[in-house]
Design a protein. Structure first.
Length: 363
């Protein structure tokens, strides 16, 4: 159904640039039974989604279950969302990439449902972008349903077995150690996610303040909580180096996060698709306005659990002094403020040993 994507991408809606940080929960969709009438395939797909999310089971306008979860961080796609039409078009492109087609309907439907249930959706001003996003997403969903009901074949499934195997391997990998399936309950899962994100952001900021190429600690769960699993993302790409060397697609991982991975973050507005209709947006990474790099390449080694910036382009500002860069931001999460790398802290104390503290000039 590639033509459906092109129709929606090129001709529906417009909106302000931007994106919300939304990640996705993957679910494998089994093909419809061969005996099912072709005219019912689109309706059956929608009905399967409704059953899985308990739609139509009462509760008024309560959101369907599992719309707000990302239970397997190692398989997540970063950059999908429903803030505006541009974000919706990026969502269609990201979920249509090889390696994610098996869950495209499910994630696009989830984004549409989330937009329509957002408290600001009906507001005249603040909800305009979300309404434009919902229009783009619903147009794709209706076009897909109509095509399937009229007998059009679903997306190519030649490599679905490989996608399924890759998905299963990522779920079992160390990067997915804090997934919901391994936690006692939702509260424990949420606590892990919060700690992983806070620690990862602190490490990434500390590494950016150190000399280029300086390794810093970053665990596999911390990598995926910020950058998601291997594949295309709204910010850029995350690849397994061994898979790339073997000519495998971007979504493939053959090392199980045991060896080297590369994350490439593009500058805001860089084209993500050949036709230029979709652009990159690193803002959802949440690195902050004081982060010194507008674009960078991060090399992560699974053998050591350490990462380093191998390439970086400035954001038009000088990297701040380490001590100042590591200061907690006003209103920052206390766990994030406390998660400072030992290496960074030791280098900070060692460089100023025995020196009297200088008075800070008021800015």
């Amino acid at each position: 159904l590639q033509f459906l994507y092109l129709i929606v991408l090129g001709g529906v809606g417009d909106g302000d640039a931007g994106v919300v940080d939304v990640t996705l929960a993957g679910r494998w969709i089994r093909p419809a039974a061969p005996r099912m009438a072709a005219a019912k395939k689109g309706d059956a797909e929608a009905a399967a989604w409704d059953r899985a999310h308990r739609v139509g089971g009462g509760g008024g306008n309560a959101p369907p279950v599992a719309l707000y979860t990302d239970h397997d961080p190692a398989t997540s796609i970063k950059g999908c969302g429903f803030k505006d039409a541009a974000t919706a078009r990026r969502t269609l492109w990201l979920t249509g990439q090889p390696g994610g087609l098996y869950k495209q309907y499910w994630t696009v439907r989830a984004m549409a449902e989330r937009a329509e249930r957002h408290p600001a959706f009906g507001h005249a001003g603040s909800g305009a972008g979300m309404r434009a996003a919902a229009k783009v997403l619903r147009a794709w969903l209706e076009a897909r349903r109509g095509a399937l009901n009229s007998g059009a074949p679903p997306e190519a499934a030649a490599d679905h077995a490989a996608q399924r195997a890759n998905h299963a391997a990522l779920v079992r990998s160390p990067a997915n150690a804090h997934a919901r399936r391994y936690c006692a309950d939702e509260a424990a899962f949420a606590a892990h996610a919060k700690r992983d994100r806070a620690a990862a952001l602190a490490q990434l900021r500390a590494g950016a303040a150190a000399p280029a190429g300086t390794p810093f600690a970053l665990s596999a769960p911390q990598v995926v909580t910020i950058f998601g699993g291997p594949g295309e993302h709204g910010y850029g790409t995350h690849t397994c180096d061994e898979a790339a060397a073997a000519g495998r697609p971007a979504w493939a991982c053959v090392c199980g996060f045991a060896r080297r991975h590369t994350v490439r973050v593009a500058a805001a507005g860089a084209p993500a698709a050949e036709n230029g209709a979709v652009t990159r947006d690193p803002a959802p990474l949440g690195l902050g306005k004081r982060f010194p790099y507008a674009a960078f390449t991060l090399t992560w080694r699974g053998e050591t659990g350490r990462a380093a910036y191998s390439e970086a382009a400035g954001a038009g500002m000088k990297a701040p002094p380490l001590a100042r860069f590591l200061q907690p931001r006003r209103g920052a999460d206390p766990e994030e403020a406390a998660a400072i790398d030992v290496d960074a802290a030791s280098s900070r104390s060692g460089s100023s040993a025995g020196a009297a503290p200088k008075k800070r000039r008021r800015e």
